[in-house]
Design a protein around this ligand. Structure first.
Ligand code: COA
Ligand code: ZN
Length: 372
C-alpha cells in the first residue's frame, strides 16, 4: 500500500527568510488563505518570537482557523528555548515545531554544546512544549550532515519527550535522491513517529530529494511557493505538487491553485519567476519548434506531460523561423484566417528570412501583403 504524503508549505516562515523578502501582516493572511484553499495539509505560519507583526498575523490566522475560513494545520516555529515555546503556545497553534542543529559543526560552532548536552536540550524543550498539550514536531536541523547513529539517538529522544513528528532537514542542500533514501531507510524502524523532509536547493536537488523522501517513507514534504527560502530556497510547491501527482498518484495540492499562488507570491515577495520556470512559468506550456507544434496539434501528449487545462493554464505556440507549416496553419486558423497551402508556404518563407518572433499583427500584415 503506498503511504499518504502531504505538503507542508513554509512560504510564510522559510519563504520570508529569502534575502530581500518581507511580507506584511495582511499579505501573510492572504497567502495563508490561498494555501488553505489549495488543500495544503500544513502551513508553517512563522516564528512568532521573531517580531510582533508575525505574532499578530499568526493570531489572526488562528482566528480564521477557529471560524473555519482556514482549514490547514497551523504550525509555529520555535528554537529549543522556553521563551520561543511560550510565545508559540500562547497562540494555541495546532503544532509547535522546535528546531535544533544537530551536526557536529552546528554543535561545535553555533550552540557550543556536546552531543550529550544537545540530547538533554532536545528532551527538555520537546517535553516542555508537549506539556502544553499542543502536538510537537522536532526538526533535526542539518540532519543530512549528521552521523546516522546520532541522528537515530536524536529522533528517539524527541519521540520519548513527546514529539509525534520529526523533520529531517537537509539544511545545506547537500543530499542526492540516493542519499535521501539512505537516511529514511535507516530511521524507518523507529516507532511512534512520522517524518517530514525539509530540503534546501543549494545544488538544485531539492525537488528530486523531496520526491525521494516521499518515496522512502516521509509523510510530509516541506515546500514554498516559487521555491523561496534562505539563500536559494527549498523544494518549490508547484513542481513538487505535480511530481507527487505524476509519480505517486497523490493529490496533495489543488493543481488549479498553483498558478494563482505563484502570481500572488511573486507580487508580495517582489521575486518574479523566469519564463522557463517549471509548471507555472510563462513558457511551461508554450511550444516553439515546428516538429513539436506539429506533434501537439495531432495529440498534445506528444510534448506535454500533463494537460495544462488541469492547471488552469492555456497552451500557446510561438511563430518564428523555427515554425513549420502545421504550426503556421494552426495559428492562422486560430485567428480566423483560412489560407491555402501555397500562401502558407509563401508566408513561411518570409518568416524564415526574418529573425523575429511574429505577433498576430505581424502575421496579418504578411498574409495581406502576400495577397496583393
Ligand atoms: N535552539 C536554541 N538556541 C539556538 C538555536 C536553537 N535551535 N539556534 C540557535 N540558538 C542560539 C544561538 O546559539 C545563539 O545563542 P547565544 O545568544 O547564546 O549566542 C542564539 O540562539 C541566536 O543568536 P541571535 O540570533 O544573535 O540571538 P537573538 O537572541 O538576538 O535573536 C532570534 C534570536 C531567533 C529572535 C533572531 O535570531 C531572529 O529573529 N531570527 C529569525 C528566525 C531564525 O533565525 N530562524 C532560523 C530558522 S532555521
Ligand atoms: Zn530551511
Amino acid at each position: 500500500m503506498p503511504h499518504k504524503v502531504g505538503i507542508l508549505d513554509s512560504t510564510l516562515r522559510e519563504g520570508e527568510q529569502t534575502p530581500g523578502v518581507l511580507f506584511s501582516k495582511n499579505q501573510r493572511i492572504e497567502i495563508a488563505k490561498l494555501l488553505s484553499n489549495a488543500h495544503i495539509a500544513m502551513i508553517e505560519a512563522g516564528h512568532p518570537l521573531v517580531s510582533a507583526d508575525i505574532y499578530e498575523a499568526i493570531r489572526e490566522i488562528m482566528e480564521m482557523k477557529a471560524s473555519g475560513t482556514i482549514n490547514s494545520e497551523i504550525i509555529a516555529h520555535s528554537r529549543a528555548v522556553n521563551s520561543d515555546i511560550d510565545s508559540a503556545a500562547s497562540l494555541n497553534v495546532d503544532r509547535i515545531a522546535i528546531f535544533y542543529g544537530i551536526s557536529d559543526i552546528h554543535l561545535d560552532y553555533k550552540t557550543h554544546k556536546s552531543r550529550t548536552e544537545a540530547l538533554d536540550i532536545i528532551y527538555d524543550s520537546v517535553s516542555y512544549a508537549s506539556s502544553t498539550g499542543i502536538p510537537v514536531r522536532f526538526t533535526a536541523e542539518d540532519a543530512s550532515r549528521t552521523d546516522i547513529n546520532f541522528l537515530r539517538d536524536v529522533i528517539k529522544t524527541a519521540v520519548e519527550a513527546g514529539a509525534d513528528r520529526v523533520s529531517i532537514a537537509d539544511t545545506l542542500g547537500i543530499l542526492t535522491p540516493e542519499k535521501t533514501a539512505y537516511i529514511f531507510n535507516n530511521i524507518s524502524d523507529i516507532k511512534n513517529v512520522e517524518y517530514d523532509f525539509h530540503g534546501h536547493n543549494d545544488m538544485g536537488m531539492a525537488l528530486a530529494n523531496g520526491l525521494a523522501a516521499a518515496e522512502s517513507g516521509a509523510t510530509i514534504i516541506h515546500t514554498t511557493v516559487n521555491g523561496l527560502g534562505e539563500r536559494v530556497g527549498i523544494t518549490p510547491l508547484q513542481a513538487f505538487g505535480v511530481l507527487l501527482n505524476y509519480h505517486m498518484n497523490i493529490d496533495a495540492v489543488n493543481l488549479m491553485s498553483l498558478k494563482p499562488l505563484s502570481e500572488l507570491v511573486e507580487k508580495y515577495s517582489g521575486i518574479t519567476m523566469p519564463p522557463n520556470y517549471p509548471v507555472t512559468g510563462a513558457n511551461a506550456f508554450t511550444h516553439k519548434s515546428g516538429v513539436h507544434v506539429g506533434g501537439i496539434i495531432n495529440n498534445a501528449r506528444t510534448y506535454e506531460f500533463i494537460d495544462p487545462a488541469r492547471l488552469g493554464i492555456q497552451r500557446a505556440f510561438t511563430i518564428d523561423k523555427y515554425s513549420g507549416k502545421h504550426a503556421l496553419r494552426e495559428k492562422l486558423e486560430s485567428m480566423g484566417m483560412h489560407l491555402d497551402e501555397n500562401k502558407i508556404s509563401g508566408m513561411l518563407e518570409k518568416i524564415k528570412n526574418n529573425n523575429i518572433v511574429y505577433s498576430e499583427d505581424d502575421l496579418k500584415a504578411i498574409a495581406s501583403s502576400d495577397n496583393q
